[in-house]
Design a protein around this ligand. Structure first.
Ligand code: FAD
Length: 310
């Protein structure tokens, strides 16, 4: 087992982004910094709410996380805004960003154009995803790219980008079983994926078990746990619907107890996520990604609770 797990000498380091790390490749940043805490934001879906969503994403950037990821709307619906927000965060706040990119319904020319635009915007990192089948897509949305590994290979050929990918500690919803899912994941890494970020999970033992199995399969790139602070019961319902993730009784009781009181639920959700992160760091995990969803209050709550640890 390498890098990301169970190092007894877990050195404590400030995670804040130093100026010289601005716009750097994430594989370098991850190997250089002892501990990283990164935040995810989403871009505006429509022009009408562009400024409000941009301001929310920027307020997360003001917290100076190690890096930030910017999601890509289903079927490419936010292509331009993903890039604009990622560039804006880098240029305005000096926080390195990674832009998500999906290949569902995409053409080879469209993907190459996106990569050219990313490079021109100074984005050095891309999270290469297949994406989900759009509801109203006519034809085969996976005709040009069947799996994310094919997109990874395309980006590798394009060159000059650090490529990340997604992984699923509880198995991807479409996969036959977790063993096959990990074999498929290995193909993605072999195609050129340099690190992986996980789907959310609420029981750290699921992550530790997954990490052992991933390492046994010969996957040796960093695996970054994705932590989702649940601040409203509906988020948990959506997470379960989307990913089929397991909800431990301990967390279910918390949501049942505080779910009808928004302030109490937000506080409990931040504390539960922070507790997960502390356990991960205590067990040698060096890099943590938080699904902060443009909520700077939640991101700050987690960051403040870890101020003596990071
Ligand atoms: P893949 O790696 O291609 O896997 C998809 C399925 O195909 C899996 O079941 C896998 O086992 C199987 N598979 C892979 N390779 C093979 C093969 N060679 N043969 C047979 N089967 C194979 N969605 C968005 O639309 N926008 C986002 O910004 C976004 N960000 C995400 C970030 C993270 C960290 C995660 C975990 C997910 C994100 N998603 C996003 C969701 C993602 O697009 C969906 O989960 C999608 O269904 C799978 O994408 P993937 O890249 O993991 O696909």
């Amino acid at each position: 087992m390498t890098d990301n797990i169970l190092s007894p000498k877990c050195k404590i380091n400030k995670h804040f982004c130093a100026e010289e790390e601005f716009g750097m490749k994430l594989n370098e940043l991850l190997s250089k910094q002892d501990i990283t805490l990164s935040f995810e934001v989403f871009p505006p879906k429509v022009t009408a709410n562009y400024e409000a969503v941009k301001e929310a994403a920027y307020s997360v950037a003001k917290l100076a996380p190690s890096y930030m990821s910017v999601t890509y709307g289903a079927g490419g619906s936010t292509r331009d805004n993903t890039l604009k927000i990622a560039k804006g965060i880098q240029d305005t706040y000096g926080v390195t960003t990674i832009a998500h990119l999906t290949c569902v319904g995409a053409t080879k020319e469209g993907i190459r154009k996106s990569l050219v635009n990313m490079k021109a915007a100074g984005i050095e990192n891309v999270l290469a995803l297949r994406g989900d089948r759009p509801k109203d897509f006519e034809g085969d949305p996976f005709a040009n790219y069947h799996y994310a590994s094919e997109l990874v290979a395309e980006i590798k050929t394009f060159g000059g980008m650090c490529i990340g990918g997604a992984c699923y500690p509880e198995g991807h919803v479409e996969s036959e079983n977790t063993k096959q899912d990990i074999l498929n994941l290995k193909k993605k890494v072999d195609a050129g994926c340099e690190f992986l970020t996980t789907q959310m999970f609420f029981d750290n033992n699921i992550f530790y078990n997954f990490l052992c199995r991933v390492r046994e399969a010969g996957i040796d790139v960093p695996v970054i746990p994705g932590i989702m602070p649940i601040t409203r019961p509906v988020q948990l319902q959506n997470a379960v619907k989307l990913s089929g993730c397991n909800v431990p009784m301990r967390f279910r009781s918390i949501v049942d107890c505080f779910g009808s009181n928004p302030e109490a639920m937000q506080q409990a959700g931040i504390i539960y996520a922070t507790d997960q992160i502390i356990d991960l760091i205590a067990n040698g995990v060096k890099h943590i990604h938080v699904y902060s969803m443009n909520n700077s209050e939640v991101a700050k709550g987690i960051q403040d609770s870890l101020s003596r640890i990071l």
